[in-house]
Design a binder for this molecule. Sequence first.
Ligand SMILES: Cc1ncc(COP(=O)(O)O)c(C=O)c1O
Length: 412
Amino acid sequence: METDIPFARPFMGREEEEAALRVLRSGWLTTGKEALAFEKEFAGFLASPRRPPLTALAVNSATSGLHLALEACGIGPGDVVLVPSYTFTATAEVVRYLGADIAFVDTAPGSFHIDPAALERTLERLEQGLPAYPPRTGTGVGFGPLGKPRAVIPVHYGGLPCNMDAIMAAARRYGIRVIEDAAHAFPSRLSSGEWAGTIGDAGVFSFYATKTLSTGEGGMVVTRDGELSRRIAVMRSHGIDRPGWNRYTDGKASWHYEVTAPGFKYNLPDILAAIGRVQLTRALALLKRREEIAARYDAAFPDDKRLRLPPSGPGDARHLYPLRLRPETSGPGRDLFIRALQDRGIGVSVHFIPLHIMPYYKERYDLETEDFPESMRNFEQVVSLPIWPGMKDAQVDRVIETVNAVLGEPGY
Ligand SMILES: Cc1ncc(COP(=O)(O)O)c(C=O)c1O
């Protein structure tokens, strides 16, 4: 019998250990040649012969990458950035770092992604100088933030790419920037064959411990826009015009630099970059294993009045496996289902608790639970199962048997 199965576990091999050791022994621990090589290799992985070249900028988290991308777009007080209500707080908090406001957008019915139709409606209201949401009672001017719409941050939830055609069309119509939150989406392909994260003005990937490519903490911003990449490069290291590595390698006085803006300290150290380079070489093999696990789950679970299988498609990175219980038609509900799995040693999670019910956002924008009904429906039904590439077949089987056993209990 397999022992407890964690919800997530990074895949780290001998090569990652050796890469970290190589850097530890090199005498250069912070951002340097490993980070530069990682950026080049990452950009190479995502390159498209049909599009201009891509610049990749390594950062210490996706959160800092999102912050830098918005800052480089010039977002500030008086601006509004559109963010799905169904995401992690990092997607939204960065907007507040810059003093801009957030207009949440509900998920499309049946999906985990931002609803392009709701996005257009919110853009239209803001463009007309109205608060982001229509009145709840049919009278008044509505509620929510006011300001100029400047950007949208679609989230490729779970590694399944968003409908980027519809989002880009809306963004063009209203002249706003698109920053893709691709924290879950390495590597995810759109139906056009292009990679998620490479379609908007910038895309941001996460290398957090549970992500598909992991360096413990870390992230990467990619962009084809030279102005954005130049600004991000400077702002990720204190607004200094010459990053540390260049100061010691470009042959000029190593002590001299100029501060051109009040920047941040968001660079990725070489120890982590070296691990990331190895992980990058494994990305497609790890994806294949996640696809195998998802296929086993898809084949083993019922898609009936009790459960809905996760929406998916050919380019899905399969970062998450989000089952949805159907408490309205059957069963004691998601919370008891989670408890039953945890009691039997299966690690699970919930992606996500919608942001509009989080105290900070709820209070700031005067939001009510019912304002984003599709996000709430997802939240009340969803449970993410373990889907990490190191899982053995016996562990996958154990998850399957346990889920099916719980579903077979009286009441479901
Ligand atoms: C959708 C989404 N965006 C952004 C982030 C932030 O990533 P990081 O932890 O690398 O800052 C996360 C983290 O889990 C996430 O789930």
